[in-house]
Design a protein around this ligand. Sequence first.
Ligand SMILES: [Ca+2]
Ligand SMILES: [Ca+2]
Ligand SMILES: [Ca+2]
Length: 985
Amino acid sequence: MVAAGDRLRYKIYPELDAGLSYAATYAAVEVVFADGTRLDGARDQYGQPADAAGQGAAKILYADQWNDVQIDLTAAAGRTIAELVLVVDAPDAGHEFAGWIDDVEVGPAPPEPDGSDLAAYVDTRRGTNASHDFSRGNTLPITAWPNGFNFLTPVTNASTHRWPYEYHRANNADNRPELQGLTFSHQPSPWMGDRDQLTIMPVAAAEPLGDPAERAAAFSHDDEIARPDVYAVRLANGVHAELAPTDHGAIFRFTFPADAPGRHLVFDTIDENGAFEYDGNALTGWVENGSEFGRTRMYCYGLFSTAPAAFGAAHGGRANARAASFGVPDVTLRIATSFIGVDQARHNLALELEGRTFDEIRAAANAIWNERLQVIRPEGATPPQLRTVYGNLYRLNLYPNSHFENAGTPDVPDYRYASPVLPTEGTATARETNAVVKPGKMYVNSGFWDTYRTAWPAYALFYPSLTAEFVDGFVQQYRDGGWIARWSSPGYADCMTGTSSDVSFADAYLKDVALPDPLATYDAGLRNATVAPAATEVGRKGVETGFFAGYVSTDTEESVSWSLEAYLNDFGLAAMATRLAADPSVPAERRAELLEEAEYLRRRSLNYVLLFDKSVNFFQGRRPDGTFAKSPADFDPEEWGGDFTETDGWNFAFHVAHDPRGLANLYGGPRGLGAKLDAFFSTPELAVKKGTYSIVIHEMVEAQAVRMGQFGFSNQPAHHIAWMYNYAGTPSKTQAIVREVLDRLYVGEQIGQGYPGDEDNGEMSAWYLFAALGLYPLRVGAPEYAIGSPLFPRAVVAPLGGRPFTITAANPEHPYVQELQVDGKQLPVASITHADLTAATQLDFTLGAEPSDWATLELPPALTTGDAVASPLVDLIPTDPDNPLFDDTSATEATVDQAVEWSLAAPAAPTLYTLTSGSAAGPSSWRLEASTDGTTWTVLDERADQSFRWPRQLRPFTIKNPGQYQHYRLTTATPTTLAQLELLH
Ligand SMILES: [Ca+2]
Ligand SMILES: [Ca+2]
Ligand SMILES: [Ca+2]
């Protein structure tokens, strides 16, 4: 007999058939009642029809993955279930199918959180039911302080820095996962790897077992509490382990069973690089392991509630593992970490843990998480939607991580950090780092290739005051090491394309985030945009020639990605420079220079047209000689890799987020863009054309599993594409596709899934948060949002450090916008400025079942306004491979001794010129002159007291007195080396 509140729950694994019919996804466990009838109109927890045909049609089940299906039976209360039947009901018969069913249960659904504690919605295991073969997040079950110094995670494998917690794999013979420890972690992503892991494991055996496999203890996910503010697990051997985080440490509470043959805490690393000691009062130690991009030694200092009866080597396992053995069943450990040294770790413990109980520490973590999570308060959201909203906000708030410590007091703080971007000095000791320790605050752990798209815009909108500190914490990398890391993990890693901190931070500045040092923030980006780096792990690749060709040639791997990301970053920097030139905090002498840089970078951001191959209608790589990499016969937009990073030509066909109108013009206008998008969404990804990759990479299989044509939503390059329909005059298509993503792809959150691909530092999470509010930062670097359609009837957005606003939606069961009023005034365009959004009190959407003509007449803003294809800057000086000044590379240089003179083939009128300094200091004074006859010279531009900030820096100059001339000369006051010279128009 069914009672109110009962639910049917089962797990189903439909196999993908060779014919790709997805027949096995048309499957469901259906209820048959005693009277022979079935449950009419039942829906699963995601609102999809719960019958087999409905499940399949909704594409709600992932093939080749376990799926969690839950059906509320309340409507059938009082009726008797006769049987549960497995139904498969695919539309066309004849396909062979196979699949698996497990855990079929009927019973009362557990209570949902009541909303008073938002952290209760967060299950930190979301995203952990994943692997390097197929990602549903690839996260760790992290309990931590928001943006904290450490993460804490349970580990089922205490010997790896990549996937240390496997939710679903490597179970023991009883099909149970086994805990090998509770670990301090700093993992930015499994692909980058963890570092400085320190593991603590309670061992209830007679001997203090050190070997991770021997000491491992089985547990059930049902016996875990996996929350941001606390992690607890009751192990099968009776041990209860709990931990609660502070910023730099944690409190652990261990309860051993009364009859345990022994009670030990084993301290371990993942390898042999570490040491632990006990001096009769405190545990001290260090670890140094894992990925090496700026990693330095981590120290610890810990205090036990009870003095250990013994302390010594663990039995078996790694030589450095140590065990503290206890005579009592209850042991509390307060432990803090430091990258500076043991003394600072002790100080961090004194600041954060000393004299505070487990409950007080947990309550403090709970309070700060609730403060972070309350920025979005949806009303009328379903339980899965609430879990997804708060689970996503939690992920967003884990990154970036603080890397600094307080050497002072709470009242008079003295912040210092062990720099991950400066070379170490000397040798680290057991008590003190060899990292250079500097005053200030540094933040780390952000893969900007991923995070610029949504995570940084989300920080700027939801957490403006925190964002100011985060940005400056990365600018600190530039102050120390000369560059901001492309993939801070924590230091400089040669990974991914684009210096996308440029546009991330420009975007924050343009959205009124009060940056402490906006000019240094800009300068860090300017260096990326104007200097070819000497090392591959910083700056932009291929720009020695790329700055002058206008694109990065195929001599650099992933060249299209390098180029297209650069244009977007240039766009952001140009907008930032324009605003900085009017910023009262900027010294007057910089303003003219900023405006010249703004004009040059803005024009350069239009260079995307150089990579557009009209003969194939796609962007593709260009060789150094200017020809396209592949002939029309050889170019296959479905082929992965090569000039495209982690995707194919299709997913890069829309990679001009800053100028969607200009992109549309390449396709013949807004209608052409619409047709291109239609083709994109209807060309299936079959995960067979691996191109230059040696294997079918996990991103390919994940993209296929999205089942939305070529739309590889499982990875970041595709994230903006659905929003481009706003520029095709068909915003209803944006609304429908975005709603489908929100409905289908963030599922499985209660069995460790919840994401359609890697959740990279909050980016995949922030996408959902924006889209669910009906907003999207499509043109990152422009202070505005594209408009979609909100998911909830009502949501209050209450930014930390900003004023709240409310978004309502009438008929939110439908995706199509009929009208939008901002504070009672019609908004007829699918875009809103950041200023208007944050000044508004109320955005009221009316949604409907059918597309309307809303926002179809007026296109949203873009860089290009008319129908014409953008015209990039062109150098009037022909390339001369024999002249270091005109050979289009900053790798060669020549000394200009008083004057260099050259002629064009025909008279022309340049508007800008660039000088690129050589390996020594650049010129400080010069004159650019021109002549029609080579005899009479006119001064076009004259400069004095100039400086080049860096060697081989390209600087643009506007010609003050332009005109049409054939002959030119540049005169310098003193002999100066120059790497390159251009005359642009
Ligand atoms: Ca990714
Ligand atoms: Ca040139
Ligand atoms: Ca040169």
